[in-house]
Design a protein around this ligand. Structure first.
Ligand SMILES: C[S@@+](CC[C@H](N)C(=O)[O-])C[C@H]1O[C@@H](n2cnc3c(N)ncnc32)[C@H](O)[C@@H]1O
Length: 228
């Protein structure tokens, strides 16, 4: 059983970091994860602000910079659970969000959530059925397969999903639309970057302030879709 260890204030007067100790006094990888969660200011902020995930702040940071959540736009949210990105989109008055995830998601007004595997053909059919007038302004993907802990393997596994998300985007975006996808840094991005430079006016990577500095996560963003 995990026991939350609290300490006296540090000599500087700051609250000490919260520490977890297992019953046997050993730190396991799961308790390290929990310890990081307990000490993450964005986790605490999300609880206070009523967001379902700390991830909400990443899309907030990116939208603060690029301003794609506009009233009236339609958004597809790939890997949407538990719904933090969709919350931010609706808060910023987009018209509709269609989200998909392997996991069930609590309902959110204005949002259609599909509990499906995005890699299945039926998922593409179901998503396209939900998209009014067949076109969307924003395709955003926070899809992440369970991390294996091996940097290059994790990079390749997420890139396979990002490529599928990219194909979905170019088949469904309106002219001038934007594609945003979480990636982990690594060598397999060159192909998608080269393709995106032809399909979109601007291609960039953004590491939002709310993304953990010790994570290789970054966001691939292609904007100004050149619809042919
Ligand atoms: C980091 S979470 C998304 C957090 C979300 N953006 C938010 O703000 O709450 C990544 C999600 O990708 C989902 N996922 C992974 N592989 C998937 C797949 N093949 N199809 C659908 N969802 C998938 C996971 O179930 C997980 O919920």
């Amino acid at each position: 059983m995990n026991v939350l260890m609290t300490k006296k204030k540090t000599p500087s007067g700051r609250e000490p970091a919260k520490r977890l100790k297992t019953a046997r006094g050993r730190t396991t990888s799961s308790s390290r994860w929990l310890q990081r969660q307990l000490n993450d200011p964005y986790v605490q902020k999300a609880q206070i602000d009523g967001y379902r995930s700390r991830a909400a702040y990443k899309i907030k940071d990116i939208d603060d910079k690029l301003g794609f959540f506009k009233p009236g736009v339609t958004v597809v949210d790939l890997g949407a659970a538990p719904g933090g990105w969709a919350q931010v989109a609706m808060e910023r008055r987009v018209k509709k969000v269609v989200g998909i995830d392997l996991l069930p998601i609590d309902p959110l007004p204005g949002v259609v959530f599909l509990e499906m595997d995005f890699t299945d053909d039926e998922a593409l059919v179901a998503l396209e059925r939900e998209i009014e007038d067949k076109k969307v302004d924003v395709v955003m993907s926070d899809i992440a397969p369970n991390a294996m802990g091996h940097k290059q393997t994790d990079h390749l596994r997420i890139m396979a999903l990002v490529e599928l998300a990219y194909d979905f985007a170019i088949n469904n975006l309106k002219p001038d639309g934007i594609f945003i996808a979480k990636v982990f840094q690594g060598g397999a991005q060159q192909d998608i970057v080269a393709t995106a430079r032809k399909d979109f006016k601007t291609v960039r990577h953004i590491k939002p302030p709310s993304s953990r500095q010790d994570s290789s996560e970054t966001f691939f963003i292609a904007s100004g879709f050149r619809k042919v």
